[in-house]
Design a protein. Structure first.
Length: 254
């Protein structure tokens, strides 16, 4: 594998397989070496509360250090929260840690607006970039339950031809599933409304499910069998939040 040496903003996405017939180019210029021109601004991906006064904001590429620490680039809708510091996080500076001047209220939905940031190629973030975030209250077993499972997406009818798990929020609070687990898979950022539903899907297929409701992506989501399987929704420490077992008769209705 190799990456373009001319790209000063190289991240893991810029690595690719060597095209050299010998399989590699030790001591020579990479076979994939090229001038990479970046003309796309950074995209705001998520904001996650890691404590009552700390927020981690992530983008799809590194943010220029000349802009990342500017507090004026971060604003919570309504001005209900203010930031004391903004710290770019190593190794690639694609995430920023924001320290708050006052604590968040658990279970309350906030919206973060970001402006004035640039990637290291000088491309600005889009105007109006925003994302919701929430500080979870203490969770107990049964707050979130597995409500629906698509184990056999074939033959495809009206739904995407991929597996999903639907989770129902039984509480009166907004909840972020980020960091929870489905079996051994770590769930990414996804906020479910009070008494609302959210779909757990492989992050590669989120575009197929966007129109169906709120999503929480899972990187490299393990597939589950159609004949017999147990799905367990877990806390980060692997304690059980909810668990469902099924067999082929339940899947097929026969």
């Amino acid at each position: 594998m190799g990456f373009p040496s001319h790209d000063i903003c190289s991240t893991k996405e810029n690595w690719t397989a060597s095209t050299d017939v010998s399989g590699g180019t030790p001591g020579r210029m990479n076979s994939v070496d090229a001038v990479v021109i970046d003309v796309t601004g950074p995209k705001l991906l998520s904001a996650s509360a890691v404590s009552s006064d700390t927020l981690i904001v992530c983008f799809d590429e590194p943010i220029s250090l000349a802009f990342a620490s500017q507090l004026g680039s971060y604003f919570v809708t309504g001005g209900v929260l203010a930031f004391a510091s903004a710290t770019p996080l190593e190794p690639d500076y694609a995430c920023i840690q924001l320290a708050l001047t006052s604590p968040m209220i658990p279970g309350l939905l906030y919206t973060l607006e970001v402006s004035g940031l640039e990637d290291c190629s000088g491309n600005p973030i889009a105007v109006g970039s925003q994302t919701p975030f929430v500080l979870n209250p203490p969770l107990v077993r049964g707050n979130l339950v597995i409500n629906e499972i698509l184990a056999d997406p074939t033959p495809q009818v009206a739904l995407p031809g991929e597996q999903f798990v639907e989770v129902y929020n039984r509480t009166s609070n907004y909840l972020d599933l980020n960091g929870l687990k489905l079996n051994s898979d770590i769930i990414g950022p996804g906020i479910v409304a009070p008494n609302g539903y959210i779909l757990l899907v492989d992050e590669s297929f989120t575009d197929q499910f966007d129109s169906l409701g709120t999503l929480a992506p899972i990187q490299g989501m393990n597939t589950f069998t159609q004949s017999a399987y147990t799905l367990t929704l877990k806390f980060p420490n692997d304690d059980v939040m909810d668990e469902v077992s099924y067999n082929s008769s339940i899947v097929t209705g026969k």
